[in-house]
Design a protein around this ligand. Structure first.
Ligand SMILES: [Zn+2]
Length: 88
């Protein structure tokens, strides 16, 4: 099962170049059953990424965000965070 990010890119009808992505969880940066989503986000040419919460997974926890920033993508953390934590 591909991650949400990968599915979103697969469903895109337009080029993601210069676009903005909204995700509730930080994109993963480790090789799991699927390739890391961070690589996909970076190679897509997105300009901004809004993330609600950092991935609590120790293999990620902020590293995905760091990689995005290092690639020159504007990262905004904390979008709707309270609402997301409450709905758990
Ligand atoms: Zn992922």
């Amino acid at each position: 099962m591909p991650h949400a990010e990968a599915m979103a890119f697969n469903n895109l009808k337009k080029d993601a170049e210069g676009g903005t992505m909204y995700v509730n969880l930080e994109p993963c940066c480790h090789q799991g059953k699927t390739p890391p989503c961070v690589d996909k986000v970076i190679s897509s040419g997105l300009k901004k990424v809004y993330i609600s919460i950092e991935d609590p997974d120790k293999r990620v926890s902020g590293k995905g965000i760091k990689l995005l920033k290092e690639a020159g993508i504007q990262v905004h953390l904390g979008l709707c965070k309270k609402r997301i934590l409450r709905s758990k």
